[in-house]
Design a protein around this ligand. Structure first.
Ligand code: ATP
Ligand code: MG
Length: 252
């Protein structure tokens, strides 16, 4: 579904250039959930933006077998237009893509993310953070993508709300057989949803792991180990406490 071969992305700046992505190669199969972790500035968002067609490659090749891959961003408040009602936010992508039957689709998209019709004419400031992120997800889903690109979709949210959104994403994955790429700096979050994980550092993929390897702490790279240590406290304190995520632990 996604095939990236030796892709590099270089940004030109006033003072020179930044090699945000260097020689990255991986494939994501249809229906797979693939995680991307790594420290701040390692190139995760840039890679996701390239997959969404928002940033050109400097070299290499990239293929996404979906004409409408959709992206969900970290901050649902910034991602939604403050003066658009939920209805208008959801109507816009339908208009852009020439998709009819708007009213029925808007109601169905809201229902799919667990929001009733009462939310339809609210503005972003009248929604909680979790509800806003549900609207962002509905906006992505409404055009019927087969690929969903998620850039830290839960990191701006409260821990209990994070769990709700993660469970929603997992349900959508199962029901819609979506292919997903999930960026996170948190291996626990990635471990809940993803079958495979790539670890990025300085624009490069330093390691690719399957879920069993993440759970067994079977990693080769010291950098990956330090990421695991960094998320370990978080996992114990918050995620393990949550029943819904607990079933994620049994999922493997
Ligand atoms: N439009 C741009 N112009 C110049 N440099 C950029 C641009 N976008 C990103 N960069 C640089 O590319 C590098 C990778 O940035 P990117 O946003 O992909 O990192 P990230 O892994 O998503 O980090 P974070 O976890 O903080 O979101 C950084 O050094 C960043 O400063
Ligand atoms: Mg980022």
């Amino acid at each position: 579904m996604i095939d990236i071969d030796r892709a590099s992305i270089r940004f030109r700046t006033k003072t020179g250039h930044v090699d945000a992505v260097r020689d990255v190669t991986f494939r994501v199969e249809e229906g797979e959930v693939f995680g991307l972790v790594g420290e701040s500035g390692s190139g995760k968002s840039t890679l996701l933006r390239a997959l969404a067609g928002l940033v050109p490659l400097s070299s290499g090749s990239l293929q996404v077998s979906d004409s409408r891959p959709q992206m969900v961003f970290q901050d649902p408040y910034a991602a939604l237009h403050p003066r658009f009602t939920v209805d208008k936010t959801l109507r816009e992508p339908l208009a852009i893509n020439g998709i009819g039957d708007e009213d029925a689709r808007i109601l169905a998209a809201l229902a799919e993310v667990g929001l009733g019709p009462a939310f339809r004419f609210r503005y972003p400031h009248q929604l909680s953070g979790g509800q806003r992120q549900r609207v962002s997800i509905a906006r992505a889903l409404i055009v019927g993508p087969r690929v969903l690109l998620l850039d830290e979709p839960t990191s701006a949210l409260d821990v209990s709300v994070q769990a709700e959104i993660l469970n929603l994403l997992r349900r959508l994955h199962t029901e819609r057989k979506l292919t997903m790429m999930l960026v996170s700096h948190n291996l626990a979050v990635v471990g809940f949803l993803c079958q495979r994980v790539a670890v990025m550092k300085n624009g490069e993929i330093v390691e690719q792991l399957d879920l069993e390897a993440v759970r067994a702490r079977d990693v080769k790279h010291e950098y990956t180990r330090s990421l695991m240590r960094a998320t370990e406290g978080y996992t114990r304190k918050h995620i393990r406490r949550n029943d819904a995520i607990e079933c994620g632990e049994n999922h493997a």
